[in-house]
Design a protein around this ligand. Structure first.
Ligand code: NAI
Length: 242
């Protein structure tokens, strides 16, 4: 049973791997035997060194930059098995009445195009039989007060996930999304704290998630053991919704 959920010798790319959920994924994948590339806009050279990963700078909203991330990964480590399109941003809280074109464009560029470009280029450099995990959000399934731009970008990420699952099925590349409620990372700290407190009340487990708890679900989806889960958007929300 020691090989259960092993990622031994798998090559994995994690965008937004410099911090929060992506960094927790990187650590977990490495401890399961994977060779990991962290792709991020922020310099993660040091953190990558500390955990035994490779850092490649990427702006996921820039098509050419995303192509290079996967191209360079394959050149350095060989064909890719696992991709986590995880980089994301959350524009500041604004009602629909207040939100600007800029807010929508910012969210769309990083959260939607970031996933779309990942889904366009990663498969060109992947082994058949791989796994792609897109980080959406519970805000990709339900409207949230003040988060219209974020919600629309994360709903789109689920649409892209389901489309990719259909298109890549003939290569046995599975594509799934994870949909966390609030997670204890820099992003959640930047959010309205009263909203966070309200969310805790709505979560039966009475707390928000730790990034490692989201990384555990990504690990499950990444592993070959999970061979028949495809095109799903899996909530990691402590029971906040069904
Ligand atoms: P975080 O802020 O700790 O990490 C996000 C990472 O993405 C950072 O390292 C940042 O440098 C990177 N990034 C941002 N823009 C980028 C770009 N254009 N190109 C490349 N890298 C870029 O936040 P967290 O919480 O770890 O977020 C990870 C994902 O989880 C995001 O997609 C976020 O929307 C999603 N999420 C987060 C939740 C939370 O409450 N923290 C809840 C639900 C989903």
């Amino acid at each position: 049973m020691s090989n259960v959920f092993s990622l031994k010798n798998k090559v994995a790319v994690i965008t937004g791997g410099a911090s929060g959920i992506g960094l927790a994924m990187a650590k977990r994948f490495i401890s399961s035997g994977a060779k990991v590339v962290i792709g991020d806009l922020s310099d993660a050279t040091k953190v990558a060194e500390q955990i035994g990963a490779t850092f490649i700078k990427v702006d996921v909203s820039d098509e050419e930059s995303v192509k290079k991330l996967f191209e360079n990964t394959r050149a350095q480590l060989g064909p890719i098995d696992i991709v986590a399109n995880n980089a994301g941003i959350c524009p500041e809280f604004k009602t629909l009445n207040e939100a600007t074109k800029n807010d929508y464009e910012f969210a769309f560029k990083v959260n939607t195009l970031g996933v779309a470009f990942g889904l366009k280029y990663a498969p060109r450099y992947m082994n058949d039989g791989g796994s792609i995990i897109n980080t959406s959000s519970l805000s990709g399934k339900m409207g949230v007060f003040g988060l219209g731009a974020y919600c629309s970008s994360k709903f789109s990420a689920i649409g892209l996930t389901q489309t990719a699952a259909v298109e890549l099925g003939d290569r046995n590349i599975r594509v799934n999304a994870i949909c966390p409620a609030s997670v204890n990372t820099a992003m959640a700290q930047e959010n309205d704290q009263s909203q966070l407190e309200m969310e805790k009340i709505m979560i039966p487990l009475n707390r928000i998630a730790e990034p490692e708890e989201v990384a555990a679900v990504a690990h499950f989806l990444a592993a070959d053991d999970c061979a028949f889960i495809n095109g799903q958007a899996i909530n990691v929300c402590g029971g906040m919704t069904a």
